[in-house]
Design a protein around this ligand. Structure first.
Ligand code: PEP
Ligand code: MG
Length: 609
């Protein structure tokens, strides 16, 4: 995706020097636009300059936030007094006192008036300075007050930020959004006409926010470390930046030369894309005649069209949880049904694998749950969540089955898949409920496919190691490398600090995939891979060599996958897989695959070098 710069760096203007920050290139595409910092709960806010005519309104916003915070604090105080006693509750009276202290409030109001900055920045800068001054004092009384000041700043900024969503909607020009972190649903809710791409300080390569960005074709760089602080402190808010989702880079205040180089790269990329598009109607067959089924992963039904346009022959993974995430509450049976019906209409007989809700972990913010989990990735997520919420699970299963009975649905077109299966009892419970729902629907006289295939994701080591056992239970397997890597290597897939350890080329991961593929072959179980690695040119060679014949990925990656498949012999892939399996380190395997992939499809890497 490319866009024209909305602002040009001026030749005469002596602007600040460019600042280059590196991150992870999680969603391709390059955009040049102005930066907008999404304030976060830690009180990190950008220095947004306001017009002189807007000062009065900004002061009113500030006063309203103070008033509302005082009311909240009064409620919290009353509650705390009841639960904790008068003495312990006093702390909130102290916070209230600070918020009524003119010597604290006036400098913030003055800053809004004289510096013409937004209220959030005035709060965070003024209270930030005060906290820093207190930190330098040796007296412990001051040290304890630092927390109170930070608390107050967070409260006020959050109060002002309540309007953040509305303000994003009110943006009147295109921006690159910068934030400390973003949830998948925040990302899904962006107005695509205004938010051209985003960069975050936190996040890993296969976090679900990254998946949504790819699905939406929104260029994104995550794990940038200190970009948000850099924007806040350097006054880069609203200045020009280059967001490079191809190479994982953000350039604040780019020079004219950097902008020109980027535009030149975009031109080359456009030409390469044209050559890829020419392949969209050709089959994905290797040079020695082995057909590979290329499917698309989707989060929203509307994406089906793009998958087909990009040359995909169906949907290998529909992440249905996004129905719930975008709505903010559980979906009704009708909403599930409508979404599946829409997919079927667009697919016109092509396969559709519906994965049941994979909620939990990074798919809703822990702060939104009633009881935040300490280890959400090891917590009540996915099938575990569904098995604890029967009513919700059954609503979804009913909708899937009803969709399978539609006239627009051909026999066997819909398959259902359970996520994060770790034990046979989980799979059996899920199937038991599924059969229950079938009985109910039959009694009610609904049509459905009673032979519907029921499969499972293989995305935790226990499932991979027990593939032989699961082969008695499941109709098909789909390997989810995003989670399989995370759980095999004990690396949080969303944590930028350990992103360097998150490597699908690790021999342990490859051996697990080999074992699952062997079982699938021996037991005649259809097998696919729907993790992000399925779309990695280097990793895909390995998957094909290990025996996989169905790969499912974000639609935009399908054309280049087809180019790879049409350029290689399966025998070469097998040889490479054998070589990789004899190696004992991820570095070795990756180097081998990198070297070979560059030989097989040099044009795919030509732009990088
Ligand atoms: C996976 O884990 O590889 C997968 C496809 O599922 P998700 O990314 O939705 O967790
Ligand atoms: Mg997964």
């Amino acid at each position: 995706m490319a866009n024209k710069p909305t602002t040009k760096p001026s030749k005469d203007e002596k602007g600040p020097p460019p600042i280059v920050l590196k991150g992870l290139n999680v969603s391709p595409g390059i955009v040049i636009a102005r930066v907008h910092l999404l304030a976060d709960e830690a009180g990190l806010v950008g220095r947004r300059v306001i017009a002189a005519t807007a000062v009065k309104e900004e002061l009113a916003r500030f006063d309203a936030a103070v008033k509302s915070s005082l009311e909240d604090l009064q409620k919290i105080y009353a509650q705390a007094e009841k639960e904790m006693g008068k003495e312990a509750a006093k702390i909130f009276l102290f916070h209230k006192g600070m918020l009524q202290d003119k010597s604290l409030l006036n400098p913030m109001r003055k800053m809004i008036e004289t510096d013409k900055v937004c209220a959030e920045f005035a709060v965070s800068a003024t209270l930030g300075q005060l906290a820093s001054a207190f930190r330098t004092k040796t007296d412990s009384v001051f040290a304890t007050k630092v927390n109170d000041i930070d608390d107050l700043a967070t409260r006020l900024v959050r109060e002002l930020q309540g309007e953040q969503d509305t303000r994003l909607k009110e943006l009147n020009h295109e921006v690159i959004l910068v934030a400390r972190d973003l949830t998948p649903s925040q990302c899904a809710g962006f107005d695509r006409k205004k938010v051209l791409g985003f960069a975050t300080d936190l996040g890993g390569r296969t976090s679900h926010t990254a998946s949504v960005a790819r699905a939406l074709g929104l260029p994104a760089v995550v794990g940038c470390g200190s970009l948000a602080a850099e924007v806040a402190q350097s006054g880069a808010e609203w200045t020009l930046a280059i967001l490079d989702g191809d190479h994982g880079e953000v350039i604040l205040h780019p020079s004219e030369a950097q902008v020109a180089k980027t535009l030149e790269y975009l031109e080359q990329k456009k030409n390469y894309q044209i050559t890829l598009n020419e392949l969209s109607d050709l089959p994905a067959v290797t040079q020695d005649g082995v057909a590979i089924e290329l499917l698309g992963n989707i989060e929203f039904p509307e994406e089906v069209k793009k998958v087909i346009d990009d040359g995909g022959v169906g949907i290998g993974l529909y992440r249905t949880e996004f129905l719930v995430l975008t709505k903010g509450t559980d979906a009704t049976e009708g909403e599930h049904f409508a979404a599946y019906k829409q997919c079927l209409e667009l697919l016109k007989g092509r396969p559709l694998t519906i994965r049941t809700l994979d909620l939990g972990a990074d798919k809703y913010t822990q702060s939104r749950t009633e009881i935040p989990e300490r280890n959400p990735f090891l917590g009540l997520r996915s099938i575990r969540y569904s098995l604890k919420n029967h009513a919700s699970f059954k609503r979804q299963l009913r909708a899937i089955l009803r969709a399978s009975g539609l006239k627009t649905c051909t026999k066997g077109q819909i398959k259902v898949m359970f996520p994060l299966i770790t034990s046979t009892s989980e799979f059996r419970q899920a199937k038991y409920l599924f059969n229950d729902v079938m009985e109910d629907l039959a009694e009610e006289g609904h049509a459905f496919d009673s032979k519907i295939k029921v499969g499972m994701m293989v995305e935790v080591p226990s499932a991979a190691l027990m593939a032989d056992t699961f082969a008695h239970e499941a109709d098909f397997f789909s390997i989810g490398t995003n989670d399989l890597v995370q759980y095999t290597l004990a690396v949080d897939r969303t944590n930028e600090r350990v992103a360097h350890l998150y490597n699908p080329f690790h021999p342990a991961v490859i051996r697990l995939i080999r074992d699952v593929a062997r079982v699938a072959k021996r037991r005649n179980i259809p097998l696919s891979c729907c993790g992000e690695s399925a779309a990695d040119l280097e990793f895909a060679l390995l998957l094909m060599g290990l025996g996989l014949r169905t790969l499912s990925s974000t639609s935009s990656t399908i054309p280049q996958m087809k180019r790879l498949i049409r350029s290689v012999k399966i025998e070469t892939c097998r040889r490479l897989a054998r070589q990789a399996l004899s190696m004992d380190s991820d570095v070795q395997v990756q180097a081998l695959m990198r070297e070979r992939a560059r030989k097989i499809v040099p044009e795919a890497f030509g732009l990088e070098e």
